[in-house]
Design a protein around this ligand. Sequence first.
Ligand code: EPU
Length: 420
Amino acid sequence: MSKFIIEESPCLKGKTRVSGSKNAALPILAASLMARKKCVIRDVPALTDIFVMQNIIESLGGKTEWDKKTETMSVIAPDAGRLDADYELISKIRASFLILGPLLARFKKVRTVLPGGCAIGSRPVDLHLKGLAALGAEIELEHGYVTATAKRLSGVEIYLDFPSVGATENILMAAALADGQSVIRNCALEPEITDLANFLVSIGADISGAGTDTITVNGVESLRGGEYTIIPDRIEAGTFMAAACARPGGDIVLENAVTEHLRPVIAKLREMGAEISDNNGMMRVQSPDAGLRSTDIKTLPYPGFPTDMQAQLLALLSMARGRGTVVETVFENRFMHAAEMKRMGADIKVESRTAAVNGVDRLTGCHLKATDLRAGAALIVAALGASGQTEISDIYHMERGYDRIDEKLRQLGARIIRVE
Ligand code: EPU
């Protein structure tokens, strides 16, 4: 098993480039299954989740090519062929559920694995299924599989009980090839939704309103291929911003970070004393010489504070002056990292969905375990601010979502190595 060893590190300084967004690339790769011609997707981050999605597409009869140097993935969707992907592959990533909408829309029948719970909560898919059923799909749940079939999909008005990112994506993709107009209300507003809609429009879909709470889709007959560049990963950017603030005096520049997508993270880091400026797509983050002060954080769907940055900010609060609270409203069980941070000396009390944090002068390095992707990233942030050496095991979680995180951190002066 690989692990990261992080020696006591100086504050981060220098420049690094943010990779393309994992959570935009995954639905866009799934959506390319709907295209009749080749799709060439640029700035696809080199992550295990992405390669699993690539293998799923191949297992469905699609053809893919990966150019490591330019981080470009080409996809030629199958004309027909197998409509149920390999069980082992599909059950590796929850995002595989995003093939449901595209395959249903294109081939009118699809069978895939019903995802179970995961480390951050039960994560049901009822909203995905309700939306697809409203478009005319018949849904059968049996033996842990979901089968969706439809003679035709017809445009409809759908109101989501919660602005779920994945449900919005699945419904949006299916509606793109349905007959007539669909209106999706109370949908997710995340930048990854807008990116998916922009990709679909670039290959011939008729979609308006993405990025607002109402998306209108006029179904089209078919989608062609095309070239598309994925947006930068706002959570990777936010994680580096947090890492820069792990010690006083940090001063980094992030190339390819989109300020607009990072407003809630910028606001919280500024409240804590960081200085953040944007100069033509170059974001500079300076950590206060006097150290961070605490604040209160509540996660919410976009444009609220992202749940995917909660753990990294909890790491900073545990080293900041004063008392703060973190309320997690999106997932019901996303504080596993708090227990690991407590082993470093953090003073955190978790009760239900709230963590109360009293900042301590210094965390101390120890042996830690990454429990999920963002929890792992948060432990790196904590380790960069801690005294002594930290070892983090189960780093395969981080490789699901961070493109060469150790290499990028070393560029910024962190003393981190990966050992097998
Ligand atoms: N939910 C339902 N029913 C549904 C769908 C969702 O109750 O049918 C609930 C979930 O259980 C959860 C909440 O709604 O409590 C939010 O879930 P959502 O569907 O919005 O999230 P997701 O699509 O499963 C994506 C990201 C997550 C990110 C969330 C929230 C991808 C591949 N994943 O998940 O990313 O945390 O949106 O922003 O896009 C990560 O990258 O580490 C990660 C977990």
